[in-house]
Design a protein. Sequence first.
Length: 94
Amino acid sequence: MAESFDELFEVDIVSSLDENDHVAVITYSDNAKVILDWTRCEAGGKTHAMATIDSMRPERSTNLMAGLVSGFDMMKKVPGSNDDLQTLSLNLIV
C-alpha cells in the first residue's frame, strides 16, 4: 500500500498505464506549472514520469483554480487526433 501521494500516484496510477497511454503532471501552489508534459507510458516514459513525481515538493499555498485551469488546458493538448478524445478515458486528479 502506498504511504504518500507520490507513491500512490506512481504505484497505483503510473504503473497501471500501458504503452498506449499518456500521462501529464501539473503542480499548483501560488501558480500552476506543468512539470511533465504529455509523456507516452512506455518503459522510459514511465521511469521519467515517476522521477518527475518523486521530485515534487510541497510549496506555499494551494491555488486549486490555477491547477484546474491548467489541467483543462492540458486536455486540449492530448496526443492524437480530436476524434481519439471521444474514445479516451481522461482523468484529472486533484
